[in-house]
Design a protein around this ligand. Structure first.
Ligand code: SAM
Length: 305
């Protein structure tokens, strides 16, 4: 098998036979992994396998209308990989393995884009509340042979996981329904319901090592809500803001859906804050020259920070 199209065609044919496409896809992946179905992918790179599964999952998500069935596009994963590699350059040079956690792992596409880009350098943990998505994430990890420990639960309740070197997360956006759990958070709203995206930031800080990094895909309007002052106060107390990177508008269908990358570092007594926060905008990604200049700008900032 040479490319993802062939694998996608096989997965798609099988998934189409089921009443529910995503469940059919999951069954096909599980049968393949259990050796009950012969799918020969000899020589197919992991990225081609990830793409085939990603396209099948996207197709299945379009057929169902579950609001939480959202997958992080790989463009975001590629950009995030660059920032992760920059932040951990020294550790990676010493061939140390990074422990990375995603508290809203979904289908795993964001995490596996990162893991494939840094193949062999990451051991990961993922948490996800949706049963079907986490099953798809588990099957995909097995197909890709990526080392991931997955937990099926509400990520905002207590977690039995070790602190990570890095957190990556495409933050779930909106109100968090469990007001009792929200009470345990500094970022619990003083009145009414709390923002899930705020609580996810706080929980991520809880489960990263001192000096560890957090890479979030955030709504571009994160700092514009009425609860933003509370978020600012929390961030000032616990983390150093490293970078706020605006993503190109042409990647989004509407202003309301625009996202940015927020990079934080958990405070540590042995480290110091960056001299300045990197505020930058990713250029149109078709423009290779502008993109190369953007990456260079980030490298220069890193050398001087
Ligand atoms: N990065 C993921 C991917 O590539 O598939 C997509 C993440 S999606 C934007 C947010 C995810 O958060 C959804 O899969 C949703 O089910 C999950 N989620 C929402 N609230 C959660 C909670 N309290 N605990 C765990 N997962 C949650």
């Amino acid at each position: 098998m040479r490319n993802f199209e062939t694998l996608f065609a096989i997965l798609n044919t099988e998934a189409e036979k089921a009443d529910n496409y995503l469940e059919g896809l999951l069954a096909t992946l599980d049968e393949w992994l259990d050796g009950e179905r012969d799918i020969h992918v000899d020589g197919l790179p992991k990225e081609e396998m990830r793409k085939a599964i990603q396209i099948a999952i996207l197709k299945g998500m379009r057929k169902s209308t579950q609001p939480n069935h959202q997958m992080t596009p790989d463009t975001f994963g590629f950009l995030l990989s660059f920032f992760v590699e920059q932040a951990f350059e020294d550790k990676l040079a010493k061939k140390e393995t990074l422990k990375v956690t995603d508290l809203a792992v979904g289908t795993g596409n964001l995490l596996y884009t990162l893991m494939n880009a840094m193949d062999g350098k990451i051991e990961a943990t993922g948490v996800e509340v949706d049963e079907l998505l986490i099953q798809l994430a588990a099957a995909t990890a097995n197909v890709l042979e990526q080392p991931v420990e997955l937990h099926h639960q509400d990520a905002l309740t207590d977690l039995l996981i070790d602190p990570a070197d890095a957190i990556v997360c495409d933050l779930p956006y909106g109100y968090y329904p469990n007001e009792e759990v929200a009470l345990d958070y500094e970022l619990c709203a003083p009145e009414g319901m709390s923002f899930a995206h705020h609580l996810f930031i706080e929980q991520s800080v809880n489960y990263v090592k001192d000096g560890g990094y957090l890479f979030f895909l955030i709504p571009a309007t994160l700092f514009e809500s009425e609860q933003a002052p509370q978020l600012h106060k929390y961030l000032k107390k616990h983390v150093w803001i490293q970078s706020v990177i605006q993503l190109p508008e042409n990647l989004f269908t509407a202003r309301a859906h625009e996202k940015s990358i927020l990079v934080l570092q958990k405070k540590s007594a042995e480290l110091r804050a960056p001299k300045e926060v990197l505020l930058a905008k990713v250029p149109n990604m078709q423009n290779k020259e502008a993109l190369a200049m953007f990456f260079e700008k980030v490298r220069i900032w890193k050398e001087n920070k």
